[in-house]
Design a protein around this ligand. Structure first.
Ligand SMILES: [Fe+2]
Length: 398
């Protein structure tokens, strides 16, 4: 069967069309998208899959603009401010609506059967089906370690990946994103990637250009079956103190300047958790942890925890995933598991301040594979050699 469908396109290529071809195989139906355009510039990033739901997905890729205006990020920041960085990539997003749940789709953005321009993805189930997701954080340096984590995740074929922030060392540097997308290329072409803002993303325009996320993209939620996932932004809308704020006033600045933004986010979180009070599983992820076992960060973690209070425990959030402290840490408080997973690639940190809530802390590179079943979720903490470092079992909410 061959269908002709006109597509809504967010980019400047004016004449996109795609054909929907339905192929059959002995077990499953496969749906295949071929996306054509008049002239296909060289694809330099992607394609990769974003924002998958049970009935939609977004295919993204980027092409380099000819004769780019390349300006040093430092100079731009001085002239325009951090959010005015010029990108020399053109970003393309193709929204694929009206898909079937729990169904494999393949796509080809060139229509030329070139493996480099092709990918596949599985839409989310709309009912209660077991599924797996992977979590990793702080992939920003040591690309060989990041690459090994990526290879391990690909082997496991999770439904999607959560990143707890600090994907790159400097979010304002386009070369860092190029490396990131190069390392994750084979993963992201088939497995949806849900990131959160870390301090190293620096609230960069590139983050919002490259990722197509639900809601306002800064903090958002999505569902898989009866599992709720919530991403928060604990970095705020201004990633560094303005030069004119004197050193002795910086703590006051941070405690007050961003407060309305965080208060609004907290209200949104409370509303979302109330709305989904009957969810079977609730997972929250954000960058800087509320419980730290790194001595120099214990005070900051306590300040963050004071702000968020008992909101996670009160709403019976099962697992809060964070990054930032480059190791693995599992803590428990009031029935909520606080997991720091930041062994994605950045240099590891010592564990030098075990907290009363600590269950386990391991200084090793790793990622987490979460196995969501009918009555429980099992977290498997896996190092880059494939060995299991820890296992955490959490029951379904009643
Ligand atoms: Fe960080």
């Amino acid at each position: 069967m061959l269908l002709f469908v006109k597509l809504y396109s967010l980019n400047s290529w004016k004449y996109f069309v795609y054909y929907l071809k339905i192929k059959t195989c002995p077990i499953l139906f496969f749906f295949h998208f071929i996306i054509f355009c008049q002239q296909l510039p060289e694809i330099t990033i992607g394609p990769y899959i974003q924002n998958v739901t049970s009935n939609s997905a977004v295919v993204c890729w980027a092409t380099k603009i000819n004769n780019p205006v390349v300006v040093e990020a430092f100079s731009l920041k001085k002239i325009f401010g951090a959010k005015k960085l010029l990108s020399y990539y053109e970003h393309h997003e193709m929204i694929l609506p009206n898909l079937e749940p729990n169904t494999w789709y393949t796509y080809d953005i060139s229509g030329q059967n070139n493996p480099e321009s092709m990918g596949k993805f599985l839409t989310f189930p709309d009912g209660l089906e077991p599924f797996q997701f992977a979590v990793l954080g702080d992939t920003r340096s040591r690309h060989d370690v990041h690459s090994k984590n990526v290879d391990r995740i690909i082997e496991k074929e999770p439904l999607f990946v959560l990143h707890t922030g600090d994907m790159v060392a400097n979010g304002l540097n386009i070369q860092h994103w190029e490396t990131f997308f190069d390392v994750t290329k084979d993963l992201m072409r088939s497995i949806p990637y849900f990131p959160t803002l870390g301090n190293h993303e620096k609230d960069s325009k590139y983050y919002y250009d490259f990722f197509h996320l639900p809601g306002n993209e800064r903090y958002y939620s999505f569902n898989v079956g009866d599992a709720l996932f919530i991403c928060l932004d604990l970095e705020g809308i201004q990633y560094e103190t303005p030069d004119y704020i004197k050193k002795e006033n910086r703590e006051f600045f941070w405690n007050n300047h961003e407060l309305p933004y965080f208060e609004e986010q907290k209200k949104w979180l409370d509303r979302t958790l109330t709305l989904y009070k009957d969810a079977g599983f609730i997972f929250v992820f954000f960058h800087q942890p509320l419980i730290s076992v790194k001595k120099s960060r214990v005070k900051g973690a306590k300040m963050r925890r004071k702000f968020w209070g008992d909101i996670f425990e009160r709403h019976r959030v099962q697992i809060v995933f964070s990054g930032h402290d480059h190791h693995y840490h599992h803590a428990m408080s009031g029935g909520t598991h606080y997991i720091t997973t930041a062994g994605g690639g950045a240099n590891l940190y010592d564990i030098d301040a075990i907290q009363p809530e600590t269950v386990k802390a391991i200084k090793k590179e790793h990622f987490i594979l979460a196995d969501v079943g009918e009555n429980k979720v099992i977290l498997n903490v896996i190092d880059i050699n494939g060995d299991q470092l820890d296992e955490v079992t959490v029951s379904k909410r009643n």
